[in-house]
Write a protein that binds this ligand. Structure first.
Ligand code: SF4
Length: 585
């Protein structure tokens, strides 16, 4: 669980940080709705989650939070968030004639049922929780006038005399406080039935924060200040005597002096999106590295990963390896063509997909949202440059690159007729990883070397398979991380179609195939001796399999950067091979 980032710094990210099941389910339902909503107005009854950044993103997509029923118009759609609502509010919504999408967390639904049943049996209902919290308001409605809210021990001591009570807790209550309050009630009421309705996700989160607070010099809690469960995590950590910082965004970390803390723990509330947690992790790592060369290099490297410049550099490195695998002499044209093409296609695809990825919260989203126009202009310019360079190489390469670019542009667009099951190429299951790897292999290892009549040589096939394998593994691993980070991915990704375990087995098989290909292709005279020198890329792949463990305290941006470093490694191996040949000559 512990990842040492550099020798003297230890940063630990809580395993429980990020969306809980109920919040994730609600967000997924809204994302699904957002994609097909058309002009229909969609309201969430209260903010969907206690996170201002996500609520803002939803507003941009026309999903508006309303605080009371008055603000809701007839004929619209209303989403009930994970906290649930009272039966009376539900009735009012029905009377308004709106379409109701119920995202009430099933665990909250269970508490509602317990209350309803026991209220009907004549029990008074004691709800231990925050009187102002929407979940508690909804629960009170199920008590049909027999409910009392108790928020602390003093409140329990002031309860009126009662015959029989049913005690439940708000799902995000502190377990220790709940136990103490229950004991007080038991001592005062002859017949007390108690239900442990604290959600296990909350219990695990609270247990882990105690562990973190004990082991670390300081603890950061990331999440909305209006989120009860996030505030409670900060309270628990503070109560353990550990310096605790509750921050909503990574920007707030900038003003905090971290020099005194070598061991830093990070946790987050149940409604904190992973991209916000990851930015906090990056900021803490960056700050601890300081403003010297290490910090400067880290910022620069991470910036290049976020903007796809690192991918473009990787494409140039792979193009260099492809040239020498095919035994052709060095040409800068092919490297630049690959580099411009990769930057252009990646940027344009992110632009087309920007609204959905903005809601899901990818690590690139922030940079794209800020400078969308600059990115689009740069991407179009790079596409023109790439086509121009292809034309300089030859007419057939230009024609093939134009065809691949058209297919790439059509990938996200609805090209199939209405009524078809699949309307876009990306709707075809598993296509994203396959198309991406195939496009890289074609553009880097095939297109620059083809002429008419077509002549497909063994070394071209080896180079194409090398590029395809290395890109496919990187792209699938990246999607695996996204799944582990609770992000909703579409069926265009291999891990969603075949599942995590099968994906891992598939990637193992591909890495073994690549290892065999690199070892055998030179003795079989299919390619140059560079194939041996590229073996570290396979070894690095195996290291990456270990990296893709959600428990490492590395953000998705850092992990993606490390995955893409395999491309750079291929370039470095090629340079090393060239130097060795020269020395031996
Ligand atoms: Fe559901 Fe638990 Fe999340 Fe509350 S904290 S929404 S009960 S999973």
């Amino acid at each position: 669980m512990i990842k040492r980032f550099v020798k003297d710094i230890e940063i630990r990210l809580a395993e429980t940080a990020g969306f809980c099941m109920g919040v994730r389910r609600a967000v997924d339902m809204v994302l699904e709705l957002a994609q097909h909503k058309g002009d229909r107005k969609i309201y969430t009854y209260g903010p969907l989650i206690h996170n201002p950044q996500t609520v803002e993103l939803l507003k941009k997509r026309g999903i508006i939070p309303v605080q009371d029923l008055e603000g809701i118009e007839e004929g619209t759609t209303v989403i009930i968030r994970a906290h649930g609502i009272s039966p009376q509010e539900r009735e009012s919504l029905k009377e308004k004639g709106v379409m109701i999408i119920d995202a009430t967390c099933p665990k909250v639904g269970r508490v509602q049922s317990v209350i309803k049943k026991h209220a009907a049996q004549g029990y008074r209902i004691v709800i231990v929780g925050d009187a102002e919290h929407p979940e508690v308001n909804g629960l009170l409605g199920y008590a049909a006038g027999r409910g009392i809210v108790v928020s602390n021990l003093e409140g329990a001591g002031r309860l009126p005399a009662m015959e029989k009570v049913c005690v439940v807790a708000q799902t995000t209550q502190s377990l220790d406080e709940y136990k103490a309050i229950v004991e007080t009630i038991r001592a005062r009421v002859p017949e007390t039935v108690v239900f442990d309705t604290i959600c296990d996700s909350t219990e695990k989160r609270q247990a882990e924060i105690k562990e973190l607070a004990c082991a670390m010099d300081a603890v950061f809690i990331v999440g909305g200040r209006n989120s009860a469960n996030t505030r409670r995590l900060a309270q628990i950590s503070e109560a353990m005597g550990t310096p605790t910082f509750h921050v909503e965004t990574a920007d707030e970390i900038q003003g905090i002096a971290l020099g005194r803390y070598n061991r830093i723990g990070i946790s987050a509330g149940a409604s904190t999106p992973n991209w916000i947690i990851e930015r906090a992790v990056d900021t803490i790592q960056n700050k601890r590295l300081g403003s010297g060369a290490r910090g400067w290099f880290f910022t620069l490297w991470l910036g290049s990963v976020r903007t796809d410049i690192y991918s473009a550099l990787g494409a140039a490195c792979l193009a260099l390896a492809a040239q020498y695998l095919q035994g052709v002499s060095f040409s800068i044209l092919q490297l630049l063509m690959a580099s411009f093409y990769v930057f252009s296609v990646h940027t344009l695809n992110r632009f087309v997909d920007r609204e959905v990825s903005g809601l899901r919260g990818t690590f690139r989203e922030e940079a794209y949202a800020k400078h969308a126009r600059v990115y689009v202009v740069a991407a179009l310019l790079c596409m023109l440059l790439s086509l121009g360079l292809a034309y300089m190489i030859g007419f057939v390469p230009w024609l093939m690159l134009a065809c691949v670019s058209v297919v790439g542009a059509l990938y996200n667009l609805r090209v199939f007729p209405k009524g078809w099951r699949f309307r876009r190429l990306r709707d075809l299951p598993g296509t994203k990883n396959l198309f991406m790897a195939a496009a890289w292999a074609l553009v880097i290892a095939v297109i620059p070397y083809v002429a008419w009549p077509l002549d497909i040589s063994a070394d071209m096939i080896v180079a194409a398979l090398f590029i395809f394998s290395i890109v496919f593994v990187r792209s699938s691993l990246s999607d695996l991380i996204e799944i582990q980070s609770d992000r909703m991915l579409g069926r265009e990704t291999i891990p969603v179609v075949i599942g995590e375990n099968r994906t891992r087995k598939l990637l193992d098989a591909i890495s073994l195939f690549l290892a065999l290909l690199l070892v055998l292709s030179y003795p079989l005279k299919w390619t140059t001796s560079l194939s041996f020198t590229l073996f570290p890329c396979v070894y690095y792949m195996w290291i990456c399999f270990e990296l893709c463990d959600r428990r490492t305290a590395l953000s998705a941006a850092v992990i993606n950067g490390l995955l893409e470093t395999n491309y750079v490694l291929a370039g470095l191996c090629t340079v090393g091979w060239l130097v060795a040949l020269r020395l031996l000559a």
